[in-house]
Ligand binder design. Structure first.
Ligand code: TPP
Ligand code: SF4
Ligand code: MG
Length: 283
């Protein structure tokens, strides 16, 4: 199998140069590799929201579901709980995941449900033509803030760490090989994984040059250590001119929500079947 076999007939409408192309390339490569390694593609489900990022599911020929804006995470959680044998991968925008859908992300991380969230973080509302998002830098000038925002950005990775996520990484659309490696690692991880992908929007917030100067790949980093991960995650706060680390910040083995949930459900069903059995003897 090769990447071309995952193509669809949908016309790609992203702007030339958009960082979304690299995310599409990376996920197609990873799905191809997973399939070659024996994982059936009919056990993959992609979920997306509403925004430029969301169109990605139109361009990959596997099962997918368009959620509404801000609701990628709960839809992915529902699919996983209904059928835990599936690998569920959510594609959300920064507006989608860190704005309207933020509370869902916090609870999915807290539960450690086994889904992967890939956030196309262009730090702008792309589809609605350039309004600021929770990760736009202070002073960002867009359609809704012509004089510049007066808000500091959120560091979503710091929030994910505090919420209990067991796999936290950052990618950059201009570092494709690392992106592929990180996607595969996240998808194979048992539990909640989130990759924040710096994905420049060439039309409304083109910061390729800035990222190219500031990014570096994490090496000799102890991703099992909470304190080390926390320190690295806070090195760049999405606003400062500090170096921007790419790669896996944090990784921890832990039981997943569906394991705990299904164990509880089975025990409850057993308990009620026994009660029913006893009662029927007397009826
Ligand atoms: C419930 C709901 N709220 C708001 C909108 C309007 N809306 C559509 S896309 C979008 C922003 C998308 O931004 P982001 O999630 O960052 O995705 P991008 O377009 O940048 O990929 C908004 C606010 C909507 N369609 N539905
Ligand atoms: S508006 Fe921005 S995010 Fe949307 S397709 Fe164009 S470059 Fe990409
Ligand atoms: Mg966006």
């Amino acid at each position: 199998m090769n990447q071309k076999q995952l193509a669809t007939s949908a016309k790609n409408t992203w702007c030339p140069g958009c960082g979304n192309f690299a995310i599409l390339n990376a996920i197609k490569t990873v799905l191809t590799v997973l399939n070659e390694e024996g994982f059936p593609l009919d056990r993959i489900v992609l979920v997306s929201g509403i925004g430029c990022h969301a169109k990605i599911v139109d361009y990959v020929d596997v099962n997918s579901f368009y959620a509404i804006h801000g609701r990628v995470t709960p839809v992915a959680e529902g699919i996983k709980l209904a059928n835990p044998d599936l690998k569920v991968i959510g594609f959300a925008g920064d507006g989608d995941a860190y704005g309207e859908g933020l509370e869902h992300l916090v609870f999915a991380a807290k539960r450690n449900i086994d889904i992967t969230m890939i956030v196309h973080n262009n730090r702008v509302y792309g589809l609605t033509t350039g309004q600021y998002t929770p990760t736009s830098p202070l002073g960002f000038k867009g359609r809704s803030t012509p004089s510049g925002t007066a808000e500091l950005p959120l560091n979503p990775l710091e929030l994910m760490l505090a919420s209990g996520a067991t796999f936290i990484a950052r990618g950059y659309s201009n570092r494709l090989d690392l992106l592929k490696k990180t996607f595969k690692e996240a998808i194979m991880h048992k539990g909640f994984s989130l990759i924040d992908v710096l994905q420049p929007c060439v039309t409304f917030f083109d910061i390729y040059e800035y990222y190219n100067k500031h990014v570096y790949e994490l090496t000799d980093h102890d991703s099992q250590n909470y304190e080390t991960a926390s320190k690295k995650i806070r090195e760049w706060d999405y606003n400062s001119d500090n170096p921007i680390a790419l790669g896996t910040f944090y990784k921890k083995e832990s039981s997943s929500f569906e394991e705990r949930f299904l164990e509880h459900k089975t025990k409850t069903i057993d308990k009620y079947s026994k009660i029913k059995e006893t009662l029927t003897k007397y009826i």
